[in-house]
Design a protein around this ligand. Structure first.
Ligand code: HEC
Ligand code: HEC
Ligand code: HEC
Ligand code: HEC
Ligand code: HEC
Ligand code: HEC
Ligand code: HEC
Ligand code: HEC
Ligand code: HEC
Ligand code: HEC
Length: 320
């Protein structure tokens, strides 16, 4: 970080310049707290007193590696926002006011370090700006936040491997670093082509959280996410096959991948259908007719009931 001997000199100049620039401020809420506030306290607080801030250019004099990544990424744009106070601009929008840090020649107790914050506190600083919009507004209800997975577990401001969205890794590898159990699903014979790059985990899940279980996305019409791509299954049909709409696709399919054809939950289609279409009192599904002899051709249900996701012409789904 600090390799060049010029740095201490620059530091002194910067510190002196600041010492003269500081003006006393009467507002107790925004005044620098007297005692040494913890990292957590500093992070929960965005003082508006402009005299506590030094600006990105000053930080750059000592931290050129971080300045380079900052300029290369999207956040340099915050420095253009002159409508709001300095607490929303540049390095200090994330790391907090830096005057005391600079005057202390780089006093690490006077600047916010994300690696010293709890996951939730670190994320909250990012959310000050990023909580708006459907994509991110539900982070607090996400399984990620609840399990101490925060923004900087997936994103890196200064050392991103993937420029777009400042990711630490590309998908799906990023997700597999923690979700090993899921990795196995996507190499099964019948699977969604996530590893092949045809879609991402985030095509179906909102990694930033949402209202549905399993952090699933929904379509614009609030229907299940599967309809965004499988529009032909969405209907509406004159004759709906009830479970498609009531229980969702996962009543019959495994969404990630399966050893069975068509990502079906069961190896044989008749076993799947007969989970519902049997003679039980409490089943909403009619039992199969008695002539459906299961030792013969009637095993291959979808040979005849071809429009299994719904039909506009036939109540037993023989035709679409
Ligand atoms: C006078 C030179 C100087 C200036 C100017 C300066 N820093 Fe530092 N900074 C340092 C030094 C020295 C360290 C300690 C480095 C170390 O321990 O490796 C440091 C450490 C840090 C750390 C790490 C804290 C930690 O706990 O490890 C952050 C974050 C940081 N600076 C941000 C900033 C920001 C933001 C600014 C502008 C507001 C800034 N610095 C301006 C010298 C400076
Ligand atoms: C968008 C928020 C954000 C901005 C803007 C930002 N940083 Fe950081 N900075 C971070 C995060 C998060 C880390 C932790 C490492 C990472 O994610 O890359 C970090 C790490 C650092 C570190 C390493 C010490 C540590 O805590 O690990 C220094 C030094 C630093 N930043 C300085 C700067 C300087 C100087 C600027 C402006 C040129 C700046 N940062 C702008 C978020 C930010
Ligand atoms: C002061 C407000 C502010 C803060 C705080 C902030 N950001 Fe940003 N962030 C922005 C702006 C502005 C952009 C650029 C938006 C654009 O181009 O549409 C951005 C863009 C991004 C992007 C998108 C990059 C892309 O390629 O699309 C990511 C990821 C991101 N920020 C992550 C973070 C993380 C992680 C933190 C906390 C460590 C953070 N931000 C803190 C304002 C902020
Ligand atoms: C579990 C990993 C993960 C976590 C945690 C996470 N992100 Fe992301 N984020 C991603 C991925 C992956 C993308 C890229 C999605 C894509 O390629 O479509 C992304 C995209 C973004 C983008 C840019 C695109 C957009 O959707 O606007 C921003 C900004 C962003 N994240 C901010 C944040 C902030 C702020 C937090 C913390 C509150 C956070 N992220 C937490 C994985 C994560
Ligand atoms: C740093 C580790 C980590 C990373 C990286 C990560 N996750 Fe998670 N994720 C977790 C933890 C921990 C949980 C909560 C426990 C669980 O359900 O496994 C979770 C939960 C989830 C859930 C909710 C599961 C449920 O049962 O409700 C989904 C969906 C999810 N992650 C998707 C993703 C996706 C998509 C990515 C990549 C963009 C990703 N995760 C990256 C750690 C991570
Ligand atoms: C085609 C859409 C789709 C894709 C792509 C997808 N998921 Fe899922 N995922 C789902 C659905 C639907 C569920 C809920 C399954 C259920 O409730 O039975 C789920 C469940 C999960 C769960 C909860 C545990 C479990 O297995 O039921 C995790 C964790 C998860 N997904 C992570 C991931 C990760 C990581 C990726 C990328 C490698 C990914 N998902 C890609 C649709 C998808
Ligand atoms: C981002 C688009 C996309 C989303 C979202 C999506 N799929 Fe798919 N799905 C595809 C594509 C593309 C294929 C064809 C895969 C191939 O040829 O490798 C496919 C194939 C399938 C197959 C057939 C596999 C076969 O072997 O015939 C099933 C079943 C399936 N998806 C179910 C689902 C379910 C259930 C969901 C919601 C949880 C879903 N899909 C969400 C794109 C998507
Ligand atoms: C009642 C059980 C059931 C439900 C619910 C169901 N499917 Fe299917 N699906 C099947 C069966 C059985 C097949 C295999 C058809 C065959 O053998 O020709 C299949 C095949 C598929 C195929 C591959 C062949 C084709 O028709 O494109 C896709 C894609 C698919 N389903 C997507 C979905 C989606 C998306 C949903 C949710 C909207 C869904 N399925 C709900 C039973 C179901
Ligand atoms: C999750 C339970 C479930 C599964 C699995 C299921 N079904 Fe159904 N099925 C139903 C329900 C519920 C109805 C609607 C009954 C009603 O509306 O009165 C229905 C209706 C039908 C009907 C129309 C009956 C009529 O008289 O209108 C046919 C045909 C049918 N299913 C065939 C199948 C086949 C073939 C499979 C296997 C590929 C299958 N079902 C899998 C629950 C299921
Ligand atoms: C060789 C063609 C064929 C096969 C294979 C077949 N069916 Fe049928 N299925 C029929 C015929 C014909 C009817 C009667 C249609 C009618 O009443 O108009 C029927 C009716 C049904 C009904 C409606 C019963 C009712 O009371 O409304 C259900 C449910 C059903 N089949 C389920 C299945 C299941 C489950 C399988 C696989 C185990 C299957 N079928 C295999 C031809 C077939």
């Amino acid at each position: 970080m600090l390799q060049m001997p010029l740095r201490p000199v620059l530091a002194t100049i910067a510190a002196l310049a600041l010492a003269f620039a500081v003006a006393p401020n009467a507002d107790s809420r925004t005044k620098t707290p007297k005692q040494n506030p913890s990292q957590e306290a500093q992070a929960s607080y965005r003082p508006t007193d402009a005299s506590l801030y030094v600006g990105t250019d000053t930080c750059t004099t000592c931290h050129d590696a971080e300045a380079k990544s900052f300029n290369h990424g999207p956040h340099w744009r915050t420095d253009l926002d002159k409508k709001r106070g300095p607490e929303w601009r540049g390095c200090e929008a994330c790391h907090g006011p830096g005057k005391e840090h600079v005057e202390g020649g780089g006093d690490v107790s006077k600047i916010i370090s994300f690696t010293k914050l709890s996951s939730a506190d670190a994320s909250r600083r990012c959310l000050d700006c990023h909580q708006f919009g459907e994509e991110h507004s539900n982070f607090s209800r996400s399984e990620h936040q609840k399990n101490n997975v925060g923004c900087i577990d997936c994103h890196s401001v200064h050392a991103a491997k993937v420029e777009r969205a400042l990711l630490k890794q590309t998908q799906p590898q990023l997700c597999y670093t923690c979700h090993l159990e899921t990795k196995a699903d996507f190499v099964k014979p019948s699977h969604h082509r996530v590893n092949e790059g045809l879609m991402g985990c985030t095509s179906c899940h909102n990694q930033h959280g949402g209202f549905l279980t399993r952090q699933l996305r929904s379509t614009a019409a609030q229907a299940q996410v599967c309809f965004t791509c499988h529009t032909d299954k969405a209907g509406p049909f004159v004759f709906e096959h009830a479970p498609v709409k009531t229980e969702g696709c996962v009543a019959c399919h495994v969404p990630h991948g399966s050893a069975n054809p068509h990502q079906l939950r069961r190896s044989n289609v008749n076993l799947l259908c007969l989970e519902c279409h049997t003679f039980t009192v409490d089943s909403a599904a009619p039992a199969i007719p008695t002539f459906h002899n299961q030792t013969q051709k009637y095993q291959a249900c979808t040979m005849c009931h071809v429009a299994i996701h719904g039909s506009n012409t036939d109540h037993v789904f023989f035709k679409r």
